[in-house]
Write a protein that binds this ligand. Structure first.
Ligand SMILES: Nc1ncnc2c1ncn2[C@@H]1O[C@H](COP(=O)(O)OP(=O)(O)OP(=O)(O)O)[C@@H](O)[C@H]1O
Ligand SMILES: CC(=O)N[C@H]1[C@@H]2OC[C@@H](O2)[C@@H](O)[C@@H]1O[C@H](C)C(=O)O
Length: 385
């Protein structure tokens, strides 16, 4: 096993809530040690800018174009990542000797069917900012990790399955195992012994709930699932929503954050529901979407491990248990950090990229062959530039 590197992963996910920073020690094949992790929240102003950027990005046909507010959003996002790292190094000065950084950026558009996925975030600019923080040659920085997969005909997402598999090797749980990330969008990794993991996005998770709660209450979250717990699931609306062709498609498949927005507006009937019933119905939708992937899996999973922000929502966890009929564990119950998992994954993927190892596989993104990816700004290259 090559010597493990100290690596930081940076993730800004589809829920637009902030920058996740996580440190691990890894050789890109297994994890030697977990370090600290933190989330640095976006201000409501940042969020408004990112939402505008997502709206504008809907019309993009060129992944390198940054018209209007997209250029502002990319600058702001890169700055926020530099500030997040500055705060992280202030708190953990002993980790300034980090060897590499994996920088996901912010997905503003994801349309793999036309080979287009756009993550904003200026890798070379962040590499320069990091060098000012660390001194010396600074770490290598790896960014744009989805592009190669999409260019080769893959879905470009999810990319975390190879990390989930590495972690799952250390567990003594009965399989097949399902790892579920409940972010803005939900995605699963199905792991059965040493077979290649099977993965896909399953449907909306928190993004629809957050957007609905923002309209109804001004606050973009159903904190602890309180509203959903007080509501009644409209099963007829749920059945209409599950009639979307996405659910009949076999994996690999992936989603843009806003893919279900119009569908829900058309078929959800949420305008006629109370806040509680609407929250309950959208929360049940997230759980039912995970159930909808079961018929597409090689075998029925026997254990589910839930991670991501949605794993803090007890109503969502209850709905998952009720609708799936299998044990649902929180990531912490198996010794993982549910909130840091994705950022850790991008640290892991950065090392894999630097070593030329595969990030994605035919069974995870549908790419024709296992595929590496990412653009590396080597430590020395950022020196003096
Ligand atoms: N206590 C809580 N109760 C209910 N929901 C919560 C709670 N804490 C976090 N969340 C939800 O989790 C979301 C954030 O999840 P997470 O950070 O995993 O998303 P992300 O990484 O941005 O998304 P993705 O994985 O899609 O890229 C918040 O937007 C919120 O809806
Ligand atoms: C295009 C894109 O950014 N997709 C995200 C999004 O958020 C969750 C889900 O949709 C997943 O497919 C992916 O992120 C995780 C980190 C992944 O690639 O594994």
């Amino acid at each position: 096993m090559p010597h493990p590197l100290k690596v930081i992963g940076l993730m800004s996910g589809t829920s637009l809530d902030g920058v996740d920073v996580a440190l691990i020690e890894t050789d890109g094949e297994s994890v030697a040690a977990f370090g600290p992790s933190r989330t640095y929240a976006y201000s409501s102003d940042d969020r408004v800018l990112l939402v505008e950027a997502l709206e504008l990005a809907r019309g993009l046909t060129d992944r390198d174009a940054r018209p209007g507010v997209l250029a502002d959003a990319e600058r702001r996002l890169t700055e926020r990542h530099a500030e997040a790292l500055a705060a992280f190094f202030r708190e953990f000065p002993g980790h300034r000797d980090v060897a590499a950084i994996g920088f996901h950026g912010q997905t503003v558009l994801h349309r793999p069917e036309i080979r287009l996925t756009v993550q904003i975030g200026d890798g070379p600019a962040l590499a320069r900012a990091v060098r000012l923080l660390t001194g010396g040659a600074g770490p290598s920085l790896v960014y744009d990790l989805r592009a190669a997969d999409v260019a080769a005909g893959g879905q470009g997402a999810p990319l975390v399955p190879v990390y989930h598999r590495a972690l799952a090797r250390g567990l003594a749980l009965p399989g097949p195992l399902l790892v579920l990330n409940l972010g803005g969008v939900a995605n699963i990794t199905y792991i059965d012994a040493d077979a290649d993991p099977v993965a896909c996005d399953t449907g909306p998770a928190n993004a629809l709930i957050d957007d609905f709660m923002k309209v109804r209450t001004g606050v973009p979250v159903d904190r602890d699932g309180a509203a959903a717990a007080a509501g009644r699931v409209d099963e007829a609306a749920l059945a209409r929503l599950l009639d979307h062709p996405f659910f009949a498609r076999k994996p690999p498949k992936s989603l843009d954050r806003n893919d279900f927005r119009e569908w829900v507006a058309l078929h959800g009937g949420l305008d006629l529901m109370s806040t509680e019933d609407g929250a309950a119905t959208l929360t049940a939708l997230t759980a039912a979407c995970v159930g909808a992937v079961f018929p597409h899996l090689p075998k029925r999973p026997v254990t589910l491990i839930a991670a991501g922000g949605g794993a803090h929502n007890p109503t969502l966890l209850r709905f998952l248990r009720e609708r799936l009929g299998i044990p649902v564990l929180r990531a912490e119950e198996v010794g993982w950090s549910g909130d840091a998992l994705e950022a850790q994954a991008f640290a892991f993927l950065a090392v894999r990229s630097m070593r030329g190892l595969a990030l994605s596989f035919p069974t995870t993104t549908g790419v024709p062959q296992p595929m590496t990816g990412g653009i590396v700004v080597p430590a020395a290259a950022s020196q003096g530039s």
